[in-house]
Design a protein around this ligand. Structure first.
Ligand SMILES: Cc1ncc(COP(=O)(O)O)c(C=O)c1O
Length: 389
């Protein structure tokens, strides 16, 4: 038997995660200079990282000959102070992606089910499959493509081990208000772990905020994950965390790598947590960018889903004239509409994200950038709408 056949079927069947295309790669392929490319593909913070986080990271770089603190004491202390949480409720991750994988590793195995909504974050499916679990995908609501919580509750069986909810969700941008979300969590059996993925929570308006950490106090089966990659601007450092009661936290810590979060990330995240000014600036820029992108796309006759994240999802099929113009530019009706638009934009130096792998072949996801970057994207879309290559 060949060596690759020694891996379990469910591992060999994994379709690798498709991330946003890096600027350097597109520059190389299309002959652009790197600084002429606009990347609106990975829901990053267009402001970069907070100056305080940068300084903390530079200070920590003096000691890189040593291993990081494997228990992440200082960062856990910072999170615990910032949100008034016990330190033994916190698990640190190499990005919140790591937390999601630790959950799957600890709770899923062949014969156990993992439940999530259609068009929700791709890693739920990947992490499930990597551990031999069975994915149960619940159709989304027709209006905003958001989670249908009633249908998700009804899909829970005695085999369900983990239920994943992203709020706001990526790539749809849909948001579940606190009351319905809390009622949903209250209705899940105690022996099923609920993962509430709050990677974009810092972008919510004050009126939408809720405190899921407080819910953890009453739910030993709830884990809330948070990311430093979005509003905190630390995507390249890879750091996130999970908050759950000690029993779940202890399990996650058993399966994580001893040094899963590096020293620079720990130092930068500890400082970023308290840089309120930077967070507020990031949220304000995002608010304006969402309006700018949504207006610009609607002016082209395209339907933009309401988004509570740092990106918008646009349905390209909603304007017949745009589709006809794109057909004229790309001349290849074989590929999904979203992929063709993505490729036509690449040729203009703008990187966006096709979402056909999320079951959305006619949509395109566009991250909020700086005002000028959003304008470059909208100009490129207008040129496409005029049928210009
Ligand atoms: C909903 C959601 N959860 C988690 C993540 C993972 O982010 P990170 O690993 O950078 O914290 C992402 C990244 O795009 C996301 O969209």
């Amino acid at each position: 038997m060949s060596i690759e056949n020694q891996a379990p079927d469910y591992i060999r069947a994994i379709a690798p995660y498709q991330g946003g295309r890096p600027i350097a790669e597109i520059a190389r392929l299309y002959g652009f200079t790197e600084d002429s490319i606009v990347k609106l593909a990975s829901n990053e913070n267009p402001l970069g990282m907070s100056p305080k986080a940068r300084q903390a990271m530079l200070d920590a770089s003096a000691d890189l000959g040593r291993y990081p603190d494997g228990n992440g004491h200082d960062l856990k202390l910072a999170i615990s102070r910032r949100f008034d949480l016990p330190m033994d409720w916190i698990t640190l991750g190499n990005g919140s992606n790591d937390i999601l994988e630790l959950v799957a590793h600890a709770f899923l195995r062949p014969g156990r089910e993992s439940l999530y909504a259609a068009h929700s974050f791709a890693v739920y499916a990947l992490a499930t499959q990597a551990n031999g679990g069975t994915s149960v995908v619940v159709p989304a609501k027709a209006n905003d493509l958001g989670h249908d919580l009633d249908a998700m509750r009804a899909a829970v069986t005695s085999k369900t081990a983990v239920v994943w909810v992203a709020n706001p969700n990526n790539p749809t941008g849909s948001f579940i208000e606190a009351k319905s979300l809390k009622a949903f969590i209250d209705g899940i059996p105690e022996d099923v772990l609920v993962v509430l993925d709050e990677a974009y929570t810092e972008y919510l308006e004050p009126s939408e905020h809720y405190d899921a950490f407080d819910w953890v106090r009453h739910h030993p089966n709830l884990l809330v994950s948070r990311s430093f990659s979005k509003a905190y601007g630390l995507a390249g450092l890879r750091v996130g965390y999970g908050v759950a009661q000690p029993a779940v936290t202890d399990l996650l810590n058993r399966v994580r790598q001893p040094f899963n979060v590096n020293s620079l990330a720990q130092a930068a995240a500890s400082a970023a947590l308290f840089d309120e000014e930077f967070l507020a600036e990031s949220a304000a820029l995002n608010r304006e960018g969402l309006v700018q992108l949504s207006r610009g796309l609607r002016d082209l006759g395209l339907h933009v889903l309401p988004s509570r994240g740092n990106f918008v999802l646009v349905d390209l099929s909603t304007s017949a004239s745009f589709v006809a113009a794109l057909d004229a530019v790309t001349g290849d009706a074989g590929k999904p509409l979203g992929v063709r638009c993505f490729e036509a934009l690449l040729a203009k130096g703008v990187i966006t994200r096709p979402v056909a792998n999320y079951g959305l072949p006619k949509h395109l996801r566009v991250s909020v950038g700086l005002r000028e970057e959003n304008a470059v994207f909208l100009d490129a879309m207008q040129a496409l709408a005029r049928g210009e290559k």
